[in-house]
Design a protein around this ligand. Structure first.
Ligand code: HEM
Length: 106
C-alpha cells in the first residue's frame, strides 16, 4: 500500500470515529461535559473525570488526532502530486461526464 493510500485510509477511519463519538456525545447527553470552556475542559487542563466529561473530552481528543491525520494526508497528497499528474483532469472529466449524463436524463 502506498503512503498516500495508507494516509487516506487512516484519515477516513479517523473521521468515522470522530463522527461516531460526536453522536455518542449527543446521544448520552454529554454535550455539557466540558461546560463552555475550550480548549480547556471545565476550565482545567486535566478536569475532574465524570462520565459526561470523559465522553466529551474523548470526542475532542479524537478530533485533535484526526486533525493531524488530515494534515498528514494533505502533505502526502502534495508530495505525490507529481506521481499523479492527471488526477485533477480525471476528476474534472468525471464531473463533466456526470453533468452530461444529468442533461441526457433531464
Ligand atoms: C472534525 C471535527 C468534528 C466533527 C466532524 C464533529 C462531529 C460531531 C457530530 C457528528 C456530533 C453529533 C451531532 C448530532 O448528534 O447532531 C458532534 C457533537 C458534539 N461535538 Fe463534535 N465534531 C468535531 C469537533 C468537535 C470539537 C473540536 C468539539 C469541542 C471543542 C466538539 C464538541 C461537540 C459537542 C459538545 C457535541 C454535542 C453537541 C450536543 O449534543 O449538543 N466537536 N460532533
Amino acid at each position: 500500500m502506498t503512503a498516500l493510500r495508507r494516509s487516506a485510509v487512516a484519515a477516513t477511519i479517523g473521521m468515522f470515529v470522530v463522527v461516531a463519538m460526536g453522536s455518542t456525545v449527543t446521544n448520552t447527553g454529554s454535550g455539557e461535559g466540558c461546560g463552555d470552556s475550550w480548549p480547556l475542559c471545565n476550565g482545567e487542563f486535566v478536569p475532574v473525570p465524570d462520565r459526561a466529561t470523559l465522553i466529551e473530552l474523548s470526542h475532542r481528543l479524537v478530533t485533535g488526532v484526526e486533525g493531524f491525520l488530515i494534515a498528514g494526508l494533505a502533505w502526502t497528497a502534495w508530495r505525490a502530486r507529481r506521481r499523479l499528474p492527471d488526477s485533477s483532469n480525471r476528476g474534472c472529466g468525471r464531473s463533466h461526464a456526470i453533468r452530461a449524463g444529468a442533461r441526457r436524463f433531464s
